[in-house]
Design a protein around this ligand. Structure first.
Ligand code: NAD
Length: 248
């Protein structure tokens, strides 16, 4: 039987690339989406055309009831979970901290931090050998911003990814004895639609000259690192981070 993976925010960008690569590597993939079922359906259709197995599943990861329901649906439709990619994330428009209101901070923390915590909790409840599960692995998609801080534009986003990294470290130690590995990937500046939501569609090209490798990254380069962390070669790797950030 295929291993089962859930990718949050899997309908576009990095999440869609991870979902497609995972399907090519034999996973049955839950493609989570928040609002755009058509985009998630298109990812599922592409996977099915290549002979893979995938299912689009709606849930806003910041909402506990929706997360719990999503994991139940996944159990019923695809079987026991082996792998979780906490990929869903948001970036709001660029501004300094002194202009940020509490609503914005709550939105960013709700998706980037609370969402990852809730999905990790549901995954651990299923995977833990302590609960009769078979073990598994979790990859949290963080950001180079967690190291760099994103001053003058997104200190809220950077801080949310710092919190996600600390979850990766703490949870990895908590659940290692129960057969679960937890790692993080920190993308740098990657060509996706996220930069448009951050108010700067041309951001990747603007930053090229300060990226040591002098280019933005592709979603496939991030997906490759994520999938390595699920591979047998990474069997002794937990609580670690891969920076996919062009040397930044
Ligand atoms: P994207 O905006 O293209 O995709 C993010 C996906 O997450 C979207 O499909 C969106 O609908 C979904 N999402 C957002 N909030 C959600 C919620 N509450 N519930 C469920 N789904 C939700 O962005 P991307 O560039 O593909 O980013 C993917 C991840 O990579 C994010 O965590 C992001 O922070 C991280 N990242 C991206 C970059 C980059 O340069 N693109 C750099 C560093 C880190």
């Amino acid at each position: 039987m295929s291993k089962v993976m859930l990718v949050t925010g899997g309908s576009r960008g990095i999440g869609a690339a991870v979902a497609k690569l995972a399907a090519r590597r034999g996973y049955a993939v839950g493609v989570n989406y928040r609002t755009h079922s058509d985009a998630a359906d298109a990812v599922v259709a592409e996977i099915q055309r290549e002979g893979g197995n995938a299912l689009a599943i709606q849930a806003d990861v910041s909402q506990e009831d929706q997360v719990v329901h999503m994991f139940h649906t996944l159990d019923e439709r695809l079987g026991p979970l082996d792998a979780l990619v906490n990929n869903a994330g948001i970036l709001e428009t660029q501004m300094r901290l002194e202009q940020m209101d509490a609503d914005r901070l709550m939105r960013v923390l709700s998706t980037n931090v609370i969402g990852a915590f809730l999905c990790a909790r549901e995954a651990v409840r299923r995977m833990s050998t302590r609960n009769g599960g078979q073990g598994g692995a979790i990859v949290n998609v963080s950001s180079a911003a967690a190291r760099l801080g994103s001053p003058n534009e997104y200190v809220d986003y950077a801080a949310s990814k710092g919190a996600l990294d600390t979850l990766t470290i703490g949870l990895s130690k908590e659940v290692a004895p129960e057969g679960i590995r937890v790692n993080g990937v920190r993308p740098g500046t990657i060509y996706t639609d996220m930069h448009a939501s951050g108010g700067e569609p041309g951001r990747v090209d603007r930053l090229k000259s300060v990226i040591p490798l002098r280019r933005g990254g592709s979603v496939d380069e991030v997906a490759g690192a994520v999938m390595w962390l699920f591979s047998d070669e990474a069997g002794y790797t937990s609580g670690s981070f891969i920076d996919v950030s062009g040397g930044s």
